[in-house]
Design a protein around this ligand. Sequence first.
Ligand code: SF4
Length: 340
Amino acid sequence: MSKNILPFEGPGLRKLRRALLAWYDQHRRELPWRRNTDPYRVWVSEIMLQQTRVAAVLDHYARFMQRFPDVRVLAAVRESSVLAVWSGLGYYHRARRMHQAAKVVVRERRGKFPQSAAGWLELPGIGRYTAAAIASIAFGESVAVVDGNVERVLGRIAGANPGREAAWQRAEAVLDRRRPGDFNQAMMELGATICTPRAPQCLLCPLYTWCVSRGAEASRPQPPRKRKELHYALARENGAVLLMQRAADAPIMAGMWELPIIQDDQRNGDKPLAKLKHSITDTDYEVTVLPVSAERSHGITADGRWFTRKRWERLALTGLTRKILRRLALEPSAVSSESK
Ligand code: SF4
């Protein structure tokens, strides 16, 4: 099967598999979801890791597992509770779909997870990559995965990247059928830590012997990031803050709560309470938080609601609003100067 797909086969391919697995056994990162192959833990980690760096996932994963330790607990809570714990991870549709899938598993499958990639594909929020990743890691199914890391590694080894579909064929051809879960994780780990997009560390790479490009493949130039300014109002009254709910049909972060935005013509030269930077996908935001009195807040939003800290801590806040509130709550001087 590997003929015409990879530049090596037979004994060379077997050696490559052994080299990669030996490297993974020795160098893999100790991550909380790797402590065992419980499908619930693997599933949660795979959903959180979609389009998100490991470092950003760690704290959220720990909180999520503490709050929702198994699929029955997850299925029983309200969506807003799931979003509150997810707050700050972004791509909130992932949390919504996972919650829907938990209900399907509990109600229609008596709490039992599918054991094959085909079975996982029938659940909400599960695509080809996630289904294969969970089935191979948690159940040892012999199916390959392809994400951005795997596609890049395979493209560099073969000396050309003819696209995602060819990468799936290559991944199937190279897969170690005796340890598919470990092999898949090893490929992704190699792409995340050694064969990185801009500066691959080829001299540390276990696949150097087989690699055609050895770092010579120029990575695609990244499109320039966008820059935007955002101004938020912080109105406080009796220890509560004013928050607004995003529309249920908003294209992103639908239904989440956030501080009211102040438009250009609503600003009146107040000294900012805080300035911070925040990045979402391809945009870097310069965020300014301005103090607004409770009376003036009516001119900024008529739909806001007041929440004490105890309540907003458990609310489905956007990641940026949670960041702002936590920062200001830790800086009483900044808040008190506003509330005088
Ligand atoms: S040798 Fe370099 S380019 Fe090739 S797979 Fe390893 S890190 Fe990537």
